[in-house]
Design a protein around this ligand. Sequence first.
Ligand code: OSB
Ligand code: MG
Length: 371
Amino acid sequence: MIRIQQIDLVEIRMPLVEPFQISSGTQSNRRIFLLRVADGDGHQVWAECVATELPTYTYETIDAAWIAIREWVAPRVLGVEFKDPADLHPVLEKNFRGNNMAKAGVEMGAWGLTATIKGIALSKLIGGTRESIPTGISIGIQSSPDALVEKARAAAKAGYRKIKLKIKPGMDVSFVKAVRTALPDAPLMADANNAYTLDDAATLAKLDDFKLIMLEQPLDWQDFVRHAELQKRLKTPLCLDESISNVDRAQDMITLKAGRIINIKPGRVGGFRQAIAIHDLCQKNGIPVWCGGMLESGIGRAYNVALASLPNFSLPGDLSPSARYWEKDIVSPEWTMSSEGMVTVPTGPGIGVTVDVDRIDNLAVRRETVR
Ligand code: OSB
Ligand code: MG
């Protein structure tokens, strides 16, 4: 049983250790939206809303999500008694369209708060079975194939179990080819973040030569029909990210054969209840899943790592260690990766990491409290 009585909204800004370029643009400074979720009995937990500065990934943004949480999400949950954190999502869906990242920030906080109150690890609360998670890296678009090869080599050497190369039209086949030539056995994949159309099918089919584990979201963010058509023309399995906004869309992908793998990001799908439902559906249908990332701080990463401890997260997640993103993270211990490319699932109560509240106070550029 939980009853949330107060939510503190806090925005901090942290520079990335290196700029991150994807097909829709470059990011150097992450505006991070943190939430402190508290009940009336002295329990509290930190959570993260993964909305981005610009509406380039989905239509959500940090500024719009702030309003959505204050005006529509918080009023539906504050002071309400929930038997189980899984009961929040239906309440947030009724006559309330979209805004999945805003909903997820609070919904995931409810899961974190429940684990905190019960004194058990978040991964345990959701039925996680893994003690450590194989980890991948997402490498942004580089200026040249050689520059990309250098980054990919370093990633392989560091032990990453999956190396994802961001691509866009004109910076695709030659870039992937260069990396495959330099690293004949590396576990490679590519992510296009919607940058192509079906007219590019012949170009994308050339990627079939490079033994990619998958090609992520080549076509439009809302598209299934064209992805299904493209999948027929490619040997490389398609993985959908942006297109999968809830469990019904996951079913659509399976029914339409629009992809063979799903990247689950709890923020994109409205939180843990939907993320778990997609995981379960995919498990029944023989569809592997993995946990994607949104350049989270160490707080958001705690939720992703807990989620990825579920059994059907059989492919490495975009769960790179803190130092890949930040000079200094806002949690301790910081997230680290073993030389075998594994991240340990915390066993301590709640989200399993200590939040550096003083540092958050120092970095805060905006705050607001709703009760
Ligand atoms: O498409 O997976 C994506 C980051 C921001 C927006 C979209 C994506 C990404 C990443 C980063 O690939 C993954 C990470 O957090 O390491
Ligand atoms: Mg992606």
